[in-house]
Design a protein around this ligand. Structure first.
Ligand code: ADP
Length: 623
């Protein structure tokens, strides 16, 4: 039969595997066994409803045979099997999940070969140890069986064969030993036994191997010189208890971490692992992970939230979205409950009462865990917040702020006085006696906010300012509206709630100047006021009404003709020399005074990061 070629990108991954210098070649067995287990999951699910199959849970097995003479290792399963299309699509291309992710990751960080150990690299990893791979398989519901064969980069063949039973047999012909590498070790039963314990212990089907053992011959038992004989006995190598079913005290953090990396194709070490077991109205076990790093596809459509849902050890769905709320969509994990009917449909699952109760309990668990981490290990929490803080803020603004109370205490903002991230509770605790509001300032970076003239007065009074540098920050605070009865107030707001110390006399002279500037600028500004905030800057712009400059910029960037415009209030620093000069010019040279007013307004626009209405005029007058 004609040779099929591997798709080009699969070929590159293959090359990588064939020529791998990777020291943990051993993981190939984990990959092959986990595929076998997945295939059995699929058939055991069908067996629940198809009586004709005549199989029960106890019939499913993975069988390993090592043959030193032919130097082959054979892994057999009685799972769902593959037909011709499956063989071409699944073993001929890299479309499948594990391998695909691995390849992407390799392209991003080719130097980091160590990631193989943390990743589901898939079927191809067998080429790290095998020079020739044969897959004999027959799919459930199909009459024909096939043999897929490949010795690597030059492609693969698919032929029809005779095979009576449903399932798959994978025969790995080991590479020849070299001076540096021996592949014989993977044919040693104790080595195989060790690998199964290490990587595949929790696989829920028996992994059976014929173990060669030795015993004293029965007839020489009582003699002085007992004789030994070899015999073979099938032994189940894995304990089969899924990690989430084992008592927490018997599992090391390392085991939990490894399970997380393998099961969820994750590269990071989870920042928290939550193990919970509940008995009562609903009975379930859950193993949840809070990751420490943002998955590369987290903010894309590709990312699927949800937990794996098992019912008494049988996988019901890979991604049960109903089990995690949107604002905790970073949580990964597994729920196993006996309270679900096994052949429940997707639609019914969504409305299942038990599931709803579990989801509510888990949401509380996650929240408590995050709260505890914030209180006891700030460093861990900061790491978590760096990865998923944005998600929590989105959680506050989404659903009309429905979850704001639940999430507000988990938020962090950078503080002007503390020079680090702080919680709202910490801010409020530190508030000064005469301080009415929780102040915040918005800008692209901390440095940009530091340079804002509007924050001068707040700073000079020693008031703490929260920095909003993320585009969702200001919306978050606006959605919250207040925290512990303290309202939020933008530093660019016209009323900062600070008492005015202006005298009557001052007010009169000021009013004349303010009227002059307002008349000169016309409709460009809604109001001109004597500033209570400015200390060293001559002018600043503040926004009046509900729309802030940040909102104006945001809406105009997503929809340029939105016409969204904040009402501009020009604040003048009456003590600044530039303003004083303008004042004296009103008497001596009114045209020059007008130009002064225009230039000061342009300066205020620039500082606020708003476009100049007439740039050439600005350069004209400023020269
Ligand atoms: P992944 O397991 O991450 O999807 P693999 O490269 O390991 O990627 O496997 C590719 C696909 O080949 C699997 O998704 C599965 O559909 C199929 N496959 C592999 N091994 C078996 C098997 N023993 N029985 C049935 N199908 C299998």
């Amino acid at each position: 039969m004609a040779k099929h070629q591997f798709k080009s990108e699969s070929k590159r991954l293959l090359d990588l595997m064939i020529n791998s210098i990777y020291t943990h070649k051993e993981i190939f067995l984990r990959e092959i066994i986990s595929n076998a287990s997945d295939a059995i999951d699929k058939l055991s699910f069908i067996a629940l409803t198809d009586d004709k199959l005549g199989m029960t849970r106890d019939d499913f097995k993975i069988y390993i045979r090592a043959d030193k003479d032919s130097r082959t290792l054979t892994i057999t399963d009685n799972g769902i099997g593959m037909d011709k299309d499956d063989l071409e699509n699944n073993l001929g291309t890299i479309a499948s999940s594990g391998s695909y992710k691995f390849k992407q990751e390799m392209e991003e960080k080719p130097e980091d070969i160590d990631i193989i150990g943390q990743f589901g690299v898939g079927f191809y990893s067998a080429f790290m140890v095998a020079k020739n791979i044969t897959v004999n398989t027959k799919k459930y519901g199909s009459d024909t069986a096939y043999c897929w064969q490949s010795s690597g980069a030059d492609g693969f063949t698919i032929d029809e064969i005779q095979k009576d039973t449903i399932g798959t047999e994978i025969i790995l012909e080991m590479k020849d030993n070299t001076d540096e590498e021996s592949y014989d070790e993977f044919l040693e039963q104790y080595r195989i036994q060790g690998l199964i314990k290490k990587y595949s212990d929790y696989i829920r089907y028996p992994i059976v191997m014929d173990m060669k053992k030795s015993r004293v011959k029965e007839e020489t038992k009582d003699s002085d010189k007992p004789e030994y004989e070899e015999y073979t006995e099938a032994e189940t190598l894995n304990s089969m208890v899924p990690i989430w079913q084992r008592p927490k005290k018997d599992v090391t953090q390392d085991e939990y971490d490894r399970f997380y990396n393998e099961k969820f194709f994750a590269m990071d070490k989870p920042v928290r692992t939550i193990v919970t077991s509940v008995e009562g109205v609903v009975t379930y076990k859950a193993l949840l992970y809070i990751p420490s790093a943002t998955p590369y596809d987290y903010y894309t459509k590709e990312y699927k939230k949800g937990l794996q849902l098992y019912s008494s050890g049988v996988l019901i769905t890979e991604n049960c979205e109903e089990l995690v709320p949107e604002h905790f969509r970073f949580v990964k994990g597994i729920v196993d409950t006996a309270d679900l009917s096994l052949n429940i449909s997707r639609e019914m699952l969504q409305h299942d009462r038990h599931l709803l109760t579990i989801a509510q309990n888990l949401e509380k668990k996650v929240k408590n865990e995050l709260t505890a981490m914030l209180g006891s290990n700030r460093e861990d929490y900061e790491k978590f917040f760096k990865a998923f803080g944005r998600q929590l803020k989105y959680g506050v603004v989404s659903d009309y702020g429905m979850h704001k109370e639940a999430l507000q205490d988990l938020l962090l903002f950078y503080s002007s006085t503390e020079k680090k991230n702080v919680t709202l509770a910490e801010y409020v605790d530190r508030m000064k006696e005469d301080q009415k509001f929780i102040y915040f300032a918005t800008g692209e970076s901390s440095a940009a906010i530091d340079a804002l003239p509007q924050t001068e007065l707040l700073r000079s009074k020693g008031f703490e300012i929260l920095y909003c540098t993320d585009d969702v920050d200001e919306f978050t605070l606006q959605t919250l509206g207040q925290y512990k009865d303290k309202k939020f107030c933008s530093a660019t707001n016209d009323d900062l709630g600070i008492e005015n110390e202006e005298t009557e006399e001052d007010k009169k002279t000021n009013d004349a100047l303010l009227t002059f500037v307002k008349e000169t600028l016309g409709d460009k500004v809604a109001e001109v006021t004597a500033s209570k905030k400015l200390v060293s800057h001559p002018v600043c712009l503040t926004a009046k009404g509900g729309i802030s400059f940040e909102m104006e910029k945001y809406f105009n960037s997503v929809q340029p003709d939105s016409g969204m415009k904040a009402q501009r209030v020009l604040e003048l620093n009456m003590n600044h020399s530039a303003v004083k000069t303008m004042q004296s010019l009103i008497e001596s040279d009114i045209d020059k005074a007008k130009k002064y007013a225009e230039v000061l307004y342009s300066q205020a626009l620039l500082i606020a990061g708003l476009p100049l209405e007439n740039p050439s005029e600005y350069t004209d007058t400023s020269t």
